[in-house]
Every structure is written in structure tokens, then in C-alpha cells.
Design a protein around this ligand. Structure first.
Ligand SMILES: O=C[C@H](O)COP(=O)(O)O
Length: 259
């Protein structure tokens, strides 16, 4: 990874940990992390919506350096959208980040690139940094079309997003076949697609902008494989699912340089 981009290690809790468990988890994480950890790496957690107030209270009350955000947001600002949560509501909770277009949203909630694009724009409108998730399924990987497929998702997700906003987007490359399966992409697989994403950002905007954008890898990241993945020049962090639920393991991932 480049020395000019601060790595972002983000734990996506998915639909795990209720608000009481969230408090215990963040307290343990805050106790374990040191100032040096935060000097080297930005640490974020993406809890379920129902935990956000509890996490905010801890972070604000103890002035923790842990960032937090949500796993999704509505494309709409307000109104008759039963069950949805707006960017304005997340901003009110002082969220920094919001994941957009996670493969589980694309797969189980039929989120298209158009929907992802609308959500990316909604996130920026409300001052949230979108972590825009892209990545191919197994069929696409077997056909060798992972780069083409993923770059089409980048194009779609960032359509008409101005450079002033795009320069702060985080892109998470998550090959779907490596999520929750224990099947991790090789560092070379991760670099191939993350490098291509940076190249596409340079084409869409500029090399200067592309060099600023953080590109994460996600998919069965653990303390045992994170260092090799992070050694690749275009990987600037990780989006971590299962391993983020174990505080000790997550802290080891944050300290990937020691692994
Ligand atoms: O958002 C996180 C990814 O889906 C990766 O999940 P995982 O680390 O459990 O494979």
C-alpha cells in the first residue's frame, strides 16, 4: 500500500451483535487499541442500525478514535419508505462511513448499479463517506472476466459523481466467492483488480484523484493473511466480516504490520 494513503480497517458486523453486545465489543476494542494503532491505521466499525446510538455514546463520551458507520442507507432523503434509514439520520448519529452496494445487498435485495449510484450520491449529500463495494461472483471469476465485471460496477456506482466527492470515496473490492467462505483471494488476485480499479479512477477522473482514493480488499480477511494482502501497492485496507466479530482477531488485523 502507498504510504500517502492511510489504511482503513473496517469491521462490517453484518446482522450480528445487539446493542448491549455492541457496547461490550467497542469497549473491549477501545481498551486494546493504542495511540500508535491509530497513528498507523484508521479503524472503523459498521454495526447494525440499532447499535449506532450505543456506539456513538461510547465514542463521544470517551472521545474514542474509533470511527463508525452504517451498512446501508436509503437512496431517498425522507418520506414514505417504510423500513428505510436516510443519510440525514445517519449523519445525525455522527456516522463517518456507510457501506453501499455490499454484495449481500446486491444479491438479496436486488440492488443494481443504478441503486448503488443513487445511494453513493445520497451518502455524499449528507456528508457521509461511502464505502462502495464491488466484486465478481464465482462464475465471472471462472470465466476470467473479474476485471471487466468489477470496473463496470465502478463505472455504474460513480456515474455523475463529481471529482470533489469521488476523491473521498472508499472502494471495497470483495470477490463474492471469497466472502464468508474461508476462500481468500491471493494477494495477486487482490492486486490485479484493485490496481485495475485505480486505473479506472484515473481514466474517469485523474491520476491525482486515483492516487488519493483508498481501495480495500474484503473476503475472508484474517490475521494470518492480512499482511500479504496489505503488502500489495493498490490495497489500502480491508473490509472485514467474520473476523471483525472477534476483538482479539480484529486488533491483530489492525496491527497487520506485526503479523
Ligand atoms: O463486508 C465484509 C465482507 O463481506 C467480508 O466478509 P468475511 O470477512 O466474513 O468474508
Amino acid at each position: 500500500m502507498s504510504t500517502t494513503r492511510t489504511p482503513l480497517m473496517a469491521g462490517n458486523w453484518k446482522m450480528n451483535l445487539n446493542h448491549l453486545e455492541a457496547i461490550a465489543h467497542v469497549q473491549k476494542l477501545a481498551f486494546a487499541l493504542t495511540d500508535k494503532d491509530y497513528d498507523d491505521v484508521e479503524v472503523a466499525v459498521l454495526p447494525p442500525f440499532t447499535d449506532l446510538r450505543s456506539v456513538q455514546t461510547l465514542v463521544d463520551g470517551d472521545k474514542l478514535k474509533i470511527k463508525y458507520g452504517a451498512q446501508d442507507l436509503s437512496a431517498h432523503d425522507s418520506g414514505a419508505y417504510t423500513g428505510e434509514i436516510s443519510g440525514a439520520m445517519l449523519a445525525k448519529f455522527k456516522c463517518s462511513y456507510v457501506a453501499v452496494g455490499h454484495s449481500e445487498r446486491r444479491q438479496y435485495h436486488n440492488e443494481t448499479d443504478e441503486v448503488v449510484n443513487a445511494k453513493v450520491k445520497a451518502a455524499f449529500k449528507h456528508g457521509l463517506t461511502p464505502i462502495m463495494c464491488v466484486g465478481e461472483g464465482l462464475d465471472v471469476r471462472k470465466a476470467g472476466r473479474q476485471v471487466e465485471h468489477t470496473l463496470a460496477q465502478v463505472d455504474g456506482g460513480l456515474k455523475d459523481v463529481p471529482a470533489e466527492q469521488a476523491e473521498s470515496v472508499v472502494v471495497a473490492y470483495e470477490p463474492v466467492w471469497a466472502i464468508g467462505t474461508g476462500e481468500v483471494a491471493t494477494p495477486e488476485d487482490a492486486q490485479e483488480v484493485c490496481g485495475a480499479i485505480r486505473g479506472r479512477l484515473a481514466e474517469l477522473y485523474s491520476q491525482e484523484l486515483a492516487d488519493k482514493v483508498r481501495i480495500q480488499y474484503g473476503g475472508s480477511v484474517k490475521s494470518g493473511n492480512v499482511a500479504a494482502i496489505m503488502a500489495k501497492p493498490d490495497v489500502d485496507g480491508a473490509l472485514i466480516g467474520g473476523a471483525a466479530l472477534d476483538v482479539d482477531e480484529f486488533v491483530k488485523i489492525v496491527r497487520y504490520r506485526d503479523q
